[in-house]
Write a protein that binds this ligand. Sequence first.
Ligand SMILES: [Zn+2]
Ligand SMILES: [Zn+2]
Ligand SMILES: [Zn+2]
Length: 763
Amino acid sequence: MIQTIDQQWNNNAKFKQELLQQYIIIDTEIEIKPSENQFYEVFNCITSPKDTMPENFKKNFPKQFNSIMRDQNGWKMLYKELYVLIKQEIDYQKYGPPDQQGNQNNKEDETISSFNPYIITSIIQKVENNIKIKYNNQFAQYGLILTDVGERCIFYYSMLIIWRFLCYQRWNSKNIQQQHQNNYQTELIRCKAEINQDNQKQSCIKATELVSKIQTLLKKEFLDRTKKEVLQQKNQVSMSSADLISKLDKELLIDTFKKKILSYTTDHKSFINQYTFDMLKQVQDKLLTDYSNKYKKELSLYLQSIQQNAKIFFKYIKNQQKEVKTIKYFVEDAKQQDKIFYENYLFRLLIQCLLGKIEDKIDIIEKQYTEIFQVSNYNPVNYQLKINLQLLNQQDQQVYNLKSFVETLIEEINLILKNIDQIQFKQAEYQLDVEFGKLKLQMNGCEYTCPCCKRKCDEDNDNDSNHIHKCQNGHQIRGINGILISHNSPSLFTCEEILDQCILITLETNLQKTWKEVKKAHSNWNFKNIYDAKNNENKEKWEKVWNIGLGRLICLHLEKQLNHQIILSQKSSFEIYISNIHYILILDDSGSMQGEKWDNAKNGALHCIKSLENADSAKVSVIIFNGDARIVVECQKPNYSQISSCISYKGGNTAFDPPFKMALQLIEKHKGFNKIQILFYTDGEAGYPQATIDQFFQLPPQIRSRISLTACSGEKSSHSLQQMIEKFSQHMQLAQLKNSVQPMEIQKVWTEVVSKNIHSQLV
Ligand SMILES: [Zn+2]
Ligand SMILES: [Zn+2]
Ligand SMILES: [Zn+2]
């Protein structure tokens, strides 16, 4: 590449030189672009990772990656994503989930009194999850991982953002409070009345204020009295995350089959998050409505009976042409105190009439007025709602003009009764928002999902540093998380079912690792319940639900995601699965194979058969071919000595069509295998057997999805085999070509395929 660039550059320079000679060029600009060669090496390391990273990759690439992230705004995107996540969580907690159009219903709650510690815990958990799982998985695809410092940078950034949001909320609620204090209009009227000494107007204002204060006190009294009860009822729905998942498993996986099962399984965590929120919201809304209604009823009864007394009271004074001044109600010789004393006294006497309860003597009242203040004329008000007048300010307990005061009082109560339906408690009034956050956090539990099957951890979220992630209700089938055992069939095993020696291909690096190694890498996860009975129960649960319809939904879901066909197979018990494989061994005995080569090839095949002797239900067929082909062993139990006598040399040309035709016959004749493994060896080249290969693709997809082909060739490259492998890869489960395989090596290559089959069936 460098050379061609240099060449081009030289040509370019030469061309310009020529131009310069021909015409007059005033200015030329030389632009040197850096060679991109340095990236090829790292690119190779990323696309085909090896067990050990080259030294200079380790040394240079992290720096390069960082500058790429910077130049391409990668870091900005990452931080932006976290910002959006935090904003969503805070909005969500305040307003609930966005509506269908994605809009938040932004009604500003006036009663944000304090921040909710549970929101912060829940956000921090989500951020941590993003860092540890999401980002590190993405970085791992480039062979990198965040350092401690890197993780901390992102974490502290998130803390800062949370803090800023909380500050903003505080600032906002302060603004609202100020708005209330600056209730200019009322203040102005009051001021004017006071300056003008307008007793009548002042009385009206005082009466209005009294009613509104009574209402505030009553509400507070009601909330205090019922708060414990409401919290208790709310807590009745409380359960641990494990119990919640157990309940949902029963509803969605066991009892009846519902469409919801797709989102419940493919995005378990989000489903639980949403479910918890909806459920708590529903319970809370119901409680708020119920208790608002209770309050409305009590309030209405209370105010009505006060109003009734007020009306009786008003009858005595409504005929006053000119309002009697406060002081005139009292006997002459009592008039030794100041004005305020009498105004207060009159107020207390009025209240005892309204409540129908004797507190103060009326012997200092002028005789002509005593009838008005006879408590026995009024109905006692006895309701659960009780108003403590001591909570009122001294200046609120004044009556200037009795008639105006009572008249306004009656009107104001009417106004409240008229609008009583509009009363609705808000969650903050019971401080339910804190309780809500606490329950939500508890029921959501741990935010981590299984790296293998994507089911959510259901261990309690106890902030314990020794927390081991678990799926106590069982892990799910790994195919749900898009894990395939070949190009087109989902893995049907739950995490519990995989055996330690199974080989997995890790998503991040494309490296092959045993399950044991994978588990080691996720040491903070527990992939298996200690009780076998539980594991079996879980296996049965998934087997049933997969087979009745989940499997079909998941395959459709994966097809859409991966954009190619996914073949559904039923999950069956483990015993049938194991080693129920048909091995078709195809050996070349053409002239070129004669002698030591044939002996080595035969030994290799026999060795491979020997390794199958312990696999209970494996069957073996052997086809030998040259210009023609013959089946020497047909679907037999692997038996070394018996099969050994059947394999003998003949000699001839080489043609690929006859052996594949026979393999096809065998496949069509012997059915019921979970896998058909063709092992093919030739030392030469022959034409591409188009017609027979095409027939293979007409097999039903359920059978095709079980066929794997491993072809070995002694040649450095083989055009027709290459073509065959490409076709097989598209239509069959798996196909691979190994070139330059000497007959000596057959034993190693084939035995490896066979042993991998035995183990990887479980994957
Ligand atoms: Zn799992
Ligand atoms: Zn956990
Ligand atoms: Zn040959």
